[in-house]
Design a protein around this ligand. Structure first.
Ligand code: GLY
Length: 381
């Protein structure tokens, strides 16, 4: 399946299929505007060795021999130091302006390698090859690249330094999802539910019902279901990005994709969290699932969504077997202080995306503390 991200400048294709990592070389060659002589393959240690070999061989067969570099995928590693290390490795490999970076792995390596591609010699092409569901349906599409910023005692601030840098192509091979821990598949479904909660105006109004009816098949790694899941979610995201590539729209637009994320970013890097007795850190998608429950509860507390809506969202999260509550959440004022640091804040005002329960969402500046507290209480174990 092919999904076109139809941007006015730099449009590209997202290739979705089973076994298509073997075509990365050919797809990369076709997507490049200029002749390249080699590629830089950035991977993470969670990617199966066979997948790395397949991609490296495919690139080499197409005249793009690779230099490889692997990182450990964790938020703590998503730093300026790792970014710097990647740039040094690219420079040592004599990477040139027309040579592509190929990012193979989850959202963390995609974000760091994408940012390195954006910065190196003021920009070289990047091909994103996401290997987690979350990266396939969200992180690899739309050109957001970034690293976290460590503010010492003030903690790690997610994605504070980065660039918009659209990929030349995206290759999402759903076959590789079978090799990952099931926890990662569940985490990716949280981002799919996020799209489905805001999809009413995205030419796919039935996405929520469809996902609800196909959760079991997706978790059972049914190939055709995974392809459709990825393609429909990428289409939904592509439509939003096309309308507001740089997230500048004052209302709606790309900001809607941040549904659940202000809560999620505030809690996912916190130490001392437990889900179902298992110590953190949470995966990003797990935190997004909690964020969706918190945001829908906040919305309902403000009268923006029906009273039964947060329960419906929590029920979907539970059906995916994602955590619906978390132990060890700090007191509300502490979480609020972290939410206030969110980079989506404008003129000091906290801006929350709140779902209205009808497939739409609204952006609310400075929602009442009581409503946010209700949201946080809903996910407190
Ligand atoms: N993940 C949110 C966005 O791409 O805008």
């Amino acid at each position: 399946m092919l999904v076109r991200v139809a941007l006015a400048q730099n449009p590209y294709n997202v290739h979705v299929g089973a076994g298509i990592l073997a075509q990365v070389g050919e797809i990369t060659r076709r997507a490049l505007r200029h002749q390249a002589s080699k590629a830089f393959l950035a991977t993470d240690s969670g990617v199966p060795a066979a997948a790395v070999e397949t991609v490296a061989a495919s690139l080499a067969d197409c005249g793009l021999p690779v230099t490889r570099s692997a990182i450990t995928p964790s938020e703590a590693v998503k730093t300026l130091e790792t970014f710097h290390g990647l740039l040094q490795a690219m420079a040592r490999s004599k990477h040139e302006r027309c040579d592509p970076v190929v990012a193979l792995g989850g959202g963390i390596v995609g974000d760091i390698a994408g940012f390195a591609a954006a910065a190196y010699q003021r920009g070289v092409p990047v091909v994103q090859c996401p290997t987690t569901l979350l990266a396939m349906v969200d992180a690899s599409v739309g050109g957001k690249t970034a690293v976290n910023l460590d503010l010492g005692t003030d903690g790690l601030h997610k994605n504070m330094v980065g660039a918009f840098w659209q990929p030349a192509a995206v290759v999402a091979d759903v076959q590789v999802l079978a090799s990952l821990p099931p926890r990662h598949l569940r985490a990716g479904l949280a981002e799919c539910l996020k799209h489905a909660l805001i999809c009413r105006d995205l030419e796919d109004p039935d996405l929520l019902e469809w996902i609800g009816a196909h959760i079991d098949q997706a978790l059972a790694l049914h190939g055709a279901t995974l392809e459709e899941l990825v393609a429909r979610n990428v289409s939904a995201k592509a439509r939003i990005v096309r309308g507001d590539e740089r997230e500048r729209a004052p209302e709606g637009g790309r900001s809607l994709l941040n549904l659940g994320h202000t809560f999620a970013h505030a809690i996912e890097t916190l130490p001392g969290l437990f889900v179902g007795g298992t110590p953190g850190p949470l995966l990003h998608g797990e935190a997004v699932g909690l964020g969706l429950i918190a945001a829908s509860t906040c919305s309902s507390a403000m009268g923006l969504a029906p009273p039964g809506f947060p329960g419906d969202v929590a029920a979907l999260i539970r059906r995916v077997n994602l955590p619906a509550t978390v132990q060890g959440l700090p007191p509300t004022p502490d979480v609020l202080a972290r939410m206030a640091h969110d980079k989506k804040a404008r003129a000091g005002a906290l801006r929350l995306v709140l779902p209205t329960g009808d497939g739409k969402a609204r952006i609310i500046s400075n929602p009442p503390v009581e409503a946010i507290t209700a949201g946080l209480d809903a996910i407190r174990a």
